[in-house]
Write a protein that binds this ligand. Structure first.
Ligand code: TPP
Ligand code: DXP
Ligand code: MG
Length: 641
């Protein structure tokens, strides 16, 4: 893959660490930014990855590493999808072409990857909490270092960010938060905070007055300690008076901004000033997501990330055209089905915490704008909000990624399950997620939801079953219902347009066999079909049951299996601990069948990034792994001698 490496510009070629960057004259930084931006564009155009966010913080990244003494000073990126420039400047340029690939660099900052990555990320809104922890640790150990968190306007909408601000403001620890405001989450940012920030950035009078005051204070500050104190007091009084609402100041932060985040010189000067101002402070930088790449500036959601190659000038896709009909992704099956269901049932509402494109809630938002809600990056709130809707007779479908639902576990238990409210959880990105890696794999939902009473847990084999599960769940009033499905394309089958009710807790026999039965949960069943077809050619006839439900289990079917076969293999795209296979084994534990159960799933370790197929194969749940397991079982029991 060496030939896919990108040639850096002449300045960037000599920057192998921030120390090299610091050797440059400040007036060379604009050129460094241009080269860094080109490097990101060209690399992502070949290898894919997150895109717009890193382009938007090029100047900020260069200024931060120029002014601060990293890694001694601690730089914490929120989410981390914007940290490509940071990676390139901190010794990883040569390997950057491996970004997000199996065995390559992680797409997010990661402590084990570099001493410059002070905190592992992937999920949003953690940066201020982590930064505060580090700042307090510094103070306790009497160390001399600065702590800077960079958080986006989208990430700032989460409760966690405000919990941290609330705490930090009161602790008065020396800490800088840079609010990177580009008015975008993945989709356009939403909510009252967004309006508030827009008010600040668009108020001409405020900005003019603020700039004049900032200049004046700058002069004061260079005039000695006494004047600095006066300036500081004046600054607080003036900014409190003229900042609309003073939200951040009310939380105990000194507010600075808004500043142009694309002027590297301005950014550098602001950071140099702020370095000397103690206590919690927030610098509000205004940037453009996708800056410097016209297609990405125009269509910011589309260019949040790119998975296939594109022309580095025009943005035109260079992916080979796929032959045959386009296969929909599971999220699109969900997105269409919920509109069809909502047309028939006016109680149905849809909720997404900031992922209307990713979860495909847009079709419902466009068709029934009053009945579909993007609540911002606020997973906890999204679930309690859904519970409130259900409490008043609505039928909420909460569309949420498996790994993001982890954030709302208490809400699932406390607000939904204990009150037995019939919320439908449409859990996308369940199972191995792929290139995003461990933070985004949805490996735990079966286990953590199984433990919760009043909860049905199902997973479709294909698009037909997803539609029918959604339909059946929409009519069901007794319990909450979780439907999990993976990232990516469905099977491409011709599915029936009409919905059909499914019997809750009932699986189906897909293939009769002998000796070994494979019980699959969800789309993993398609790997099983492929594997067992291959094994048939070797003369091995294993049975296959598509179980559909992890809770309630189809115990009748399992009993029949026990009477017909000598060994059960279960398979799921999730952790083996406490998952679907465990449910089968628990059921059989006190039954007199004495049948061994082999659980196939993700082992109890962190699975890194790569393609879904690479990772399924790595952990042994791809078709080859299934074949191997069946052969192994047959060999162990000498059943196929
Ligand atoms: C807890 C959590 N929820 C949702 C996401 C998905 N997500 C990743 S980036 C992003 C948008 C973040 O917006 P912002 O912080 O403003 O950064 P920008 O991309 O605009 O630079 C979202 C919703 C996530 N990573 N973590
Ligand atoms: C950083 C982040 O959390 C998102 O950008 C995520 O990578 C999206 O994942 P999908 O591509 O599966 O929607
Ligand atoms: Mg943003």
């Amino acid at each position: 893959m060496e030939f896919d490496k990108v040639e850096p510009g002449p300045l960037l070629a000599n920057i192998n660490s921030p120390a090299d960057l610091k050797k440059l004259d400040p007036n060379q930084l604009v050129e460094v930014c241009d080269e860094l931006r080109d490097y990101i564009i060209e690399t992502v155009s070949i290898h894919g990855g997150h895109f717009g966010a890193s382009l938007g913080v090029v100047e900020m990244t260069v200024a931060l590493h120029y002014v601060y003494d990293t890694p001694k000073d601690l730089l914490i990126w929120d989410v981390g999808h914007q940290a490509y420039g940071h990676k390139i400047l901190t010794g990883r340029r040569e390997n950057f072409y491996t970004n997000r690939k199996y065995g390559g660099l992680s797409g997010f900052p990661k402590r084990s990857e570099s001493e410059y990555d002070t905190f592992g990320v992937g999920h949003s809104s953690t940066s201020i909490s982590a930064a505060l922890g580090m700042a307090v640790s510094r103070d306790l150990s009497d160390e001399d270092k600065k702590v800077v968190a960079v958080i986006g306007d989208g990430a700032m909408t989460a409760g966690l960010a405000f919990e941290a601000m609330n705490n930090a403001g009161a602790m008065n620890s020396d800490l800088l938060v840079i609010l990177n405001d580009n008015c975008m989450s993945i989709d356009p940012n939403v909510g009252a905070l967004k309006e508030y920030l827009t008010d600040i950035t668009t108020s001409k009078t405020f900005n003019k007055v603020r700039d004049e005051i900032y200049d004046m204070l700058g002069h004061f500050k260079s005039a000695g300690e006494k004047m600095r104190k006066v300036a500081s007091r004046l600054e607080k009084a003036v900014t409190t008076a003229i900042t609309p609402g003073g939200l951040f100041q009310a939380l105990g932060f000194k507010y600075y901004g808004p500043v142009d985040g694309h002027n590297v010189d301005t950014m550098r000067k602001h950071l140099e000033d702020l370095k000397d101002i103690p206590g919690p402070k927030l610098l509000h930088a205004v940037t453009v997501k996708g800056k410097g790449f016209a297609p990405a500036e125009r269509e910011q959601t589309k260019w949040h990330a790119q998975s296939s190659p594109f022309d580095k000038i025009t943005g035109k896709s260079l992916a080979p055209e796929k032959k045959g009909p386009k296969i929909p992704r599971y999220q699109h099956i969900f997105g269409d089905a919920i509109v069809e269901l909502a047309e028939e049932d006016e109680r149905i509402v849809g909720i997404t915490p900031a992922m209307p494109s990713g979860s495909s809630l847009w079709p419902l938002m466009n068709t029934f704008p009053d009945r579909a809600f993007d609540v911002g990056i606020a997973e906890q709130h999204s679930i309690t909000f859904a519970a409130g809707l259900a409490a008043e007779g609505k039928k909420p479908f909460a569309a949420i990624y498996s790994s993001f639902l982890q954030r709302a576990y208490d809400q699932v238990i406390h607000d939904v399950a204990i009150q037995n409210l019939p919320v439908v959880f449409c859990i996308d990105r369940a199972g191995i997620a792929g290139a995003d890696g461990p933070t985004h794999h949805g490996l735990y939902d079966i286990s953590y939801l199984r433990a919760v009473p009043n909860m049905i847990i199902s997973s479709p084999l294909n698009e037909q079953e997803l539609r029918d599960m959604m339909y059946t769940a929409s009519k069901y009033e007794d319990d909450a219902w979780a439907i999990r499905y993976p990232r990516g394309e469905a099977t491409g089958m011709d599915f029936r347009k009409e919905f059909q009710s499914m019997e809750i807790g009932k699986g189906e026999c897909i293939r009769e066999g002998e000796d070994v039965a494979v019980l699959s949960f969800g789309p993993m069943g398609n790997y099983v079909i492929e594997a067992l077809d291959d094994l048939e050619e070797e003369g091995i006839n294993a049975g296959h049951l598509n179980m559909r439900f992890a809770k309630p289990l189809d115990t009748q079917l399992i009993k029949q299996v026990c009477q017909t076969y000598r060994h059960i293999i279960t398979i799921e795209d999730g952790t083996k601990l406490g998952g679907f296979g465990s449910a089968v084994a628990e059921f059989l534990a006190d039954k007199p069948y004495h049948i061994p159960v082999t659980i196939m799933g993700v082992p109890d370790r962190i699975v890194e990034h790569g393609t879904q197929r690479e990772l399924h194969d790595e952990v042994g749940i791809g078709p080859d792994g299934i074949k191997e397991q069946v052969r192994k079982v047959l060999k162990t029991y000498s059943l196929n001698a």
